[in-house]
Design a protein around this ligand. Structure first.
Ligand code: CAA
Length: 393
């Protein structure tokens, strides 16, 4: 028997600006209904130069400590899942180790597997605790990305930026993960990739949708074999590159259970839609997208779901996918309310399409600027963190 292990607290960080997708559609000469209804997107967060995966990740983690009452001194493992890291060798987790003041007796590393890196971090953290290696300590898992496709491309309305920080420990207050009971699927495919020195992802869009659905079938089938006998899943959170993908996923999964498309669409409103609010306001944040969906669900319904079982599906192109489940804690409603999960979105403002395009042009030069060294680099990031979320006050 494993101890009870899972997600004790969750916190977000988002850039200051977003683009309204009705405006983007009009600027691109596309019917807004394609983005709003066809893709199920409303807004996408866009990152300024000081809002990179390090500052976003550090902000989410600092907020996690502040709101949860946990201390950096409690952490014995820090994993950052990202596919938009700022260095080919030095892991994002080392920058966070410095910025957050984590203990020196702490394992830190970065996990890269497209959008699956955060789940790789979370499930490794759970296994680290279950194995006894944690010796009472907690793990910090940070998912942080800036999603970029070429301007004017089909992928453009499915961008986003942001970070989700998870505190993983024994006796979790939000979601107890079913340890050792995951369904897994992997296959070598070229659906979405970003060659070295490319700032923007390349994607075979329609093929990527098919790869996602094939991976869901594989992972869910595997999960049903290892864990399917328990209570029904009251809700399911999917990886959300855009809202419509979650609808396609739900239909595909329920078809495996023998349900019709109509029955799947009826259950979608109850079982999936509450998890899509934050993704529709922020966009695709790659590694963090599934956890943004979970954050939405907890923000909307934690109290009503106390004691109930939820499914979680993570997909990372390339590809690897995992389906697993957890149970919402008996005090999760009060804990989620105290975390004020969606508060970081309050200060965000709408940028014009022209402003967004200017920011993206600036991005092109970002990697060619001479990188500030060590402490200077960390200090620059620390300043931006303090300025834009006011967390030091
Ligand atoms: N009003 C309403 N709906 C409309 C419409 C209109 N005027 N015009 C089109 N639509 C509908 C279409 O019927 C279609 O619906 P269905 O999917 O239900 O058939 C939907 O809008 C999209 O239309 P298209 O298929 O023509 O869209 P597209 O070819 O321009 O691009 C995309 C869609 C391929 C998803 C593209 O946005 C893309 O490449 N995105 C990035 C890749 C991605 O997100 N892949 C997801 C799976 S991979 C993954 O999940 C990992 C990850 O995070 C990247």
């Amino acid at each position: 028997d494993f101890p009870r292990i899972g997600i004790d607290a969750i916190a977000l960080a988002v850039p200051r600006r977003f683009v309204d997708l009705t405006e983007l559609a009009e600027a691109r000469g596309i019917a807004p209904s394609k983005y709003l209804t066809g893709l199920g997107t409303r807004r996408m967060a866009i990152a300024a130069p000081d809002e990179d995966p390090i500052t976003l990740g550090a902000n989410a983690a600092r907020r996690l400590f502040q709101r949860s009452g946990a201390s950096p001194a409690d952490i014995g493992l820090c994993v950052v899942g990202t596919e938009t890291a700022v260095d080919h060798a030095k892991p994002a987790a080392s920058f966070l180790h410095g910025l957050l003041g984590l203990p020196s007796a702490c394992r830190v590393f970065e996990a890269k597997h497209a959008c699956f890196g955060g789940t790789a971090g979370l499930l490794n953290a759970v296994d680290w605790i279950a194995s006894g290696s944690a010796r009472g300590r907690a793990a910090l898992v940070v998912c942080s990305d800036v999603a970029r496709y070429a301007l004017g491309s089909a992928g453009e309305p499915t961008q986003g930026a942001g970070a989700v920080a998870l505190l993983v420990r024994e006796r979790p207050r939000l979601v107890e993960i079913e340890v050792g009971q995951t369904g897994t699927y992997a296959r070598d495919v070229y659906d979405f990739w970003r060659p070295l020195h490319h700032k923007e992802a390349l994607v075979d869009g329609h093929y990527s949708v098919q790869c996602y659905l094939d991976a869901l079938a594989g992972a869910y089938g595997d999960w049903r074999r290892v864990a399917g006998d328990g209570d029904p899943l009251a809700r399911t959170c999917y990886h959300v590159p855009y809202g419509k993908m979650a609808r396609k996923a739900h239909r595909h999964r329920l078809a495996m259970d023998g349900l019709t498309e109509q029955a799947a669409d009826e259950s979608f409103a109850v079982e999936v839609e509450p998890s899509l609010d934050l993704p529709s306001r922020i966009g695709n944040i790659y590694t963090g997208s599934l956890y943004l969906a979970l954050a939405s669900l907890l923000n909307a319904e934690a109290r009503a779901l106390e004691g109930q079982r939820v499914g979680l599906f993570s997909y990372g192109s390339g590809c690897c996918a995992e389906f697993f489940a957890g149970r919402i804690g008996p005090e999760a409603g009060a804990v989620a309310a105290a975390l004020e999960i969606d508060a970081p979105l309050d200060g965000c403002h709408r940028a014009s399409v022209a402003e967004y395009e200017a920011l993206r042009k600036g991005d092109e030069a970002a990697d060619r600027r001479p990188a500030p060294e060590g402490a200077e680099r960390a200090a620059a990031r620390l300043d931006s963190r303090v300025v834009y979320l006011g967390l030091d006050s």
